[in-house]
Structures are given as structure tokens and as C-alpha cells.
Design a protein around this ligand. Structure first.
Ligand code: NAD
Length: 509
């Protein structure tokens, strides 16, 4: 490994790794990072080979004993300072997100704020870790359960939330006393690395958080190294399944969050104007590159469907698409040229399979940004469940409308879909909404709330093929995921309680 230094040097245009508190530039392979608004290469990211990831694991392993024994309140204090630094440097973080992801600053601010809320939750560490105690479970016998850290844990994150999703993981893992290896997306690594530097500025000891940039080789090293105790993953379903299968086969704890196809039911009694406003933001915000994006509207009855489609068509005339640098834009480009082509191919396939393209974003042109990976907001009507564009996750600014006759039909459609991340119902009928929340086979449900992303003190996770593992991300499940329960039963014999040998199973007779 070569060239270690304290901070990432922005002028080098090379994104390195952060190991043991220092930025490392290696001599190994690297790949281009693009500015999706222009299509130009902005930087190069180094791709960690096995030995670099092993160095990061060694640094984390060495830091663990002291960090584990640091009082939770002191670990939490680092998070308090980290939160302040995130707020003070919000503009720079959002600029880095915009340059490499294409997200407009208001949206990047929203993502960052959601990440900060997870840091705030981590500040509760002494409360979260205080355990359970039971006095006198037997004569002079006390019993308690405590939550101990696991050791070295890893997180692998997707491109679409380079600030928020890593902060679903490492703040909580770290305040629970673990040391962390983060492998961010190689497509937009700079904001994540900068955030990790801020955590060090906040006082985190070296080695507690390490960032390795890279691709499959880096991930596979984490999955196979026996020093890594647990792996959190967020990304697409095929990779989530691979991560879960491999990590658990190697004896690791794993939570792997995958892709989605989120349906919104629009009931005949819904406030359609409100539903249109909500749908337009939730379908097209962040160019549809959100795992909670609403990508299917299921309209119950032709009247609701006709009104919805015509009002959506009208509202979409005001959508403003363009480069991340103009904060008046509603959304920016897709992440890569390949992804832009894939999204367009899904729209083509819907058309070929008989759906009606009501608003077509395929040929959008953004002046001065002709090389950017833009697709305009697209509305497709008369979509049916056999269509490829319905079955698969598009991850672009495409809203598809499926028409059904009854709410039960709408619910059956959602339940049959392979994904079960988020869903929502637009209605004025409390009974229908209650039936929906009770019975729908989806992990996160909104009632007139289009993006029911749980706040930080709840946990985030889908059902079916949107999550592999038992525990959801962050919140109370996050604390459970990053700790191991130990239950201690204790007796201090006194002179007047002294029992003879007991050969039967001890009970409280
Ligand atoms: P991705 O699966 O391509 O990549 C995610 C991570 O896995 C990256 O760090 C990447 O380097 C790594 N990776 C990619 N291919 C790999 C391989 N063959 N072996 C090992 N590691 C590999 O996902 P993406 O394109 O970055 O993100 C978009 C996807 O993430 C969408 O499907 C979206 O729905 C999903 N997502 C889900 C959630 C959720 O909470 N369920 C949240 C955000 C994004």
C-alpha cells in the first residue's frame, strides 16, 4: 500500500480508502467515476484488492478491544460531535452527492437529514444498551441479559443513497461497540468517504471505522474472512441473495435488503388531487432511483383510473428535469449510461407488449447537458401483470398504471409480486385502510403516505424478496443485529443459604 495521509485530497481526483484513520492510495486497479449530469469522467475510484481489505479488517480487529471497553456514553459523545459536523458540512456533502449521483441539492439534503436522524438515534446508546435485569429469580439469585458487541462487522451499500444508507449502518454498529468496515458503491464514493472522515474529526479512534472502495473482490473478501462477524447489505435483490447465502454459509450474521416494486392503491373515494401530488413526488423524485419509489399505481375502478391518468398527465407538464447543479429542478439524471439504456428498454417493452405510453420521457433533451443520462417522467397506462416492465424493478422515473375492479384484486396483485418493500393506499375510508394494513404482505405500509420510510426509532425492512434475514435495518432491530445477547445468572451464597448438591434440573419449586 502506498501514500497514506490524513485526508482525502480533492485535487488528486482519485478516491482512495480510509484505513486506520488514514487515507490510502494503492497501486491496484481503479475505475472511472462519472458526473451523470454531463456524462464526463470526474474522478477515479480505487478498487481494493484482497490484501487491502484484509488490512482494513486487521485495523478494525486491533481497535476492537479498546472500543468495546469504552463506556457507551463516551461512544455516544463522538456521535453528538459527528452530528454537528454533518450539519456544518451539509453543503459540501450534498455537492459531492450531486456531482457523482446526480441528485438535486434539495433531495440530497433530505437524504442527509434522514442519515443524521440515524446518528441522533445512535446518541441514545446508553439507553439502548442498558439490558434487562431480574432480581431474585431464585433465592439470592439474580439474572440479567446484556447486549455485547459482535466485533468486526461490515456494511455494503448501494449507489442511490451514498450518505443515508451507510448511516443506517455504521453509527449504530459503532455505538454498540463494534468496529466497522464499509464498502460503499463504487459509482459515487466521494460523499461516503468524506462523511467517514468527519466521524474521525469528531473523535472516533483510528480503526473503528474503515472504508474500502471496490467491487466484487472487496465484497467477497469481507464475506469469506472469518474475522468478520456480521454483514449488512443494501442493494439489488440478486446481489442481496448472493450476499445472504454466502455470508450465512460462512457462519456470519447477515441482513441483506434488496430491490422493490412499490404499488399504491388509488381507491375510488380517494382525494385524487392529493394522490396525484403524492404520486408525482414519490414516483419521480430522485429520478425514481429509490427502493421506496412508487412505481405502480393500482387504480380501483375505471372512473378513478381515468381521473388519475388525466390529472397525472396534466401535472407532469410542470416536471422540471435537469442537472444536479440547478436546485430548481425536480430531479436529475440516472446514475449511468447503461442504466439510462435499461430504463428506456423497459419503456419500449411496455409499449411492445400493448401498454399505452401517456407521457413519454425517452427522448428528453436538456440543453447544455446533452451528454447527461436523463430520462423524463414517464406515465404508462393499461399495464398488465404479465408485462416485463411490471414484473421487474425499473429504478427510473416511470409510473405504471394497472386497472382493477376491486380493492381485493389490487391487494392480490401486490401480494403476488415477488417484492414486498413498501406500499400505500390512498383512501378516505378508515375501515378499508385498516383491512389493508392488517392483511397486505409488505413490510412498510403507508395510509395516504406515499413513501412510508420508517423514522430512525423504528426499523426499515421489506418482506418477501426485498429482504433476506430476520432483522430489519436501523432502529431497535439494528441494535439487536449489531449486538449479541449474553444472559448471566448469579448467586452470592450467604451463610444462611447454603444448599447441598442438586442433581435434578434446577427449578423454582
Ligand atoms: P447493486 O446490487 O448493484 O450494488 C450494491 C452493492 O453491492 C455495491 O456496493 C456493489 O459494489 C456491490 N456489488 C455489486 N455487484 C456485486 C457482486 N456481483 N458481488 C458482490 N458485490 C456486488 O445495487 P445498486 O445498483 O448500487 O443499487 C440499486 C439497488 O439497490 C436497487 O435494486 C434498489 O432497490 C436497491 N436498494 C434497496 C434498498 C432497501 O432498503 N431495500 C435501499 C436502497 C437501494
Amino acid at each position: 500500500m502506498k501514500n497514506t495521509q490524513q485526508k482525502q485530497d480533492d485535487s488528486t481526483k482519485i478516491v482512495g480508502h480510509l484505513i486506520n484513520g488514514e487515507i490510502h492510495y494503492s497501486t491496484g486497479p481503479a475505475q472511472d467515476v462519472f458526473n451523470p449530469s454531463t456524462g464526463e469522467v470526474s474522478k477515479q475510484v480505487q478498487l481494493a484488492q484482497k490484501h487491502i481489505v484484509e488490512d482494513a479488517i486487521s485495523a478494525a480487529e486491533a481497535a476492537f478491544p479498546a472500543w468495546r471497553d469504552t463506556p457507551a456514553v463516551k461512544r455516544a459523545r463522538v456521535m453528538f460531535r459527528f452530528k454537528e459536523l454533518l450539519e456544518q458540512n451539509a453543503e459540501k456533502i450534498c455537492q459531492l452527492i450531486g456531482e457523482e449521483h446526480g441528485k438535486i441539492s434539495h433531495d440530497a439534503m433530505g437524504e442527509l437529514q434522514r442519515g443524521i436522524e440515524n446518528v441522533e438515534y445512535a446518541c441514545y446508546a446508553p439507553e439502548l444498551l442498558k439490558g434487562e435485569h431480574n432480581k431474585n429469580v431464585g433465592p439470592s439469585i439474580d439474572c440479567w441479559s446484556e447486549f455485547q458487541p459482535l466485533g468486526v462487522v461490515a456494511g455494503i451499500t448501494p449507489f442511490n443513497f451514498p450518505a443515508m444508507v451507510p448511516m443506517w449502518m455504521f453509527p449504530l454498529a459503532i455505538v454498540c461497540g463494534n468496529c466497522f468496515i464499509l464498502k460503499p458503491s463504487e459509482r459515487d464514493p466521494s460523499s461516503t468517504l468524506y462523511i467517514a472522515e468527519l466521524l474521525h474529526e469528531a473523535g472516533l479512534p483510528n480503526g473503528v471505522l474503515n472504508v474500502v472502495n471496490g467491487n466484487k473482490e472487496a465484497v467477497d473478501t469481507l464475506l469469506h474472512d472469518e474475522r468478520v462477524q456480521a454483514v449488512s447489505f443494501v442493494g439489488s435483490t440478486p446481489i442481496a441473495e448472493y450476499i445472504y447465502t454466502t455470508a450465512t454459509a460462512n457462519g456470519k450474521r447477515c441482513q441483506a435488503l434488496g430491490g422493490a416494486k412499490n404499488h399504491a392503491i388509488v381507491m375510488p373515494d380517494a382525494d385524487i388531487d392529493n394522490a396525484v401530488n403524492q404520486l408525482i413526488g414519490a414516483a419521480f423524485g430522485s429520478c425514481g432511483e429509490r427502493c421506496m419509489a412508487l412505481s405502480v399505481a393500482v387504480a380501483v375502478g375505471d372512473e378513478a383510473a381515468n381521473t388519475l391518468v388525466s390529472k397525472m398527465q396534466e401535472a407532469m407538464k410542470t416536471l422540471k428535469v435537469g442537472a444536479y447543479s440547478d436546485s430548481s429542478n425536480d430531479f436529475g439524471p440516472l446514475i449511468t449510461k447503461e442504466h439510462q439504456e435499461k430504463v428506456i428498454a423497459y419503456i419500449d417493452s411496455a409499449e411492445e407488449q400493448g401498454a399505452s405510453i401517456i407521457v413519454d420521457g425517452r427522448n428528453i433533451e436538456i440543453s447544455d447537458f446533452e451528454g447527461g443520462y436523463f430520462v423524463g417522467g414517464t406515465l404508462i397506462d393499461n399495464v398488465t401483470p404479465d408485462m416485463v416492465s411490471y414484473k421487474e424493478e425499473i429504478f427510473g422515473p416511470v409510473l405504471q398504471v394497472v386497472r382493477v375492479d376491486t380493492m381485493q384484486e389490487a391487494m392480490d396483485l401486490i401480494d403476488k409480486h415477488e417484492y414486498g418493500n413498501g406500499t400505500c393506499i390512498f383512501t378516505r375510508d378508515g375501515e378499508a385502510a385498516r383491512f389493508f394494513t392488517d392483511n397486505i404482505k409488505v413490510g412498510m405500509v403507508g395510509i395516504n403516505i406515499p413513501l412510508p420510510v420508517p423514522v430512525a426509532c423504528h426499523s426499515f425492512g421489506g418482506w418477501k424478496r426485498s429482504l433476506f434475514g430476520d432483522l430489519h435495518a436501523y432502529g431497535p432491530d439494528g441494535v439487536r443485529f449489531y449486538t449479541r445477547r449474553k444472559t448471566i445468572t448469579q448467586r452470592w451464597p450467604s451463610a444462611n443459604i447454603r444448599e447441598g448438591a442438586e442433581f435434578s434440573m434446577p427449578t423454582m419449586k
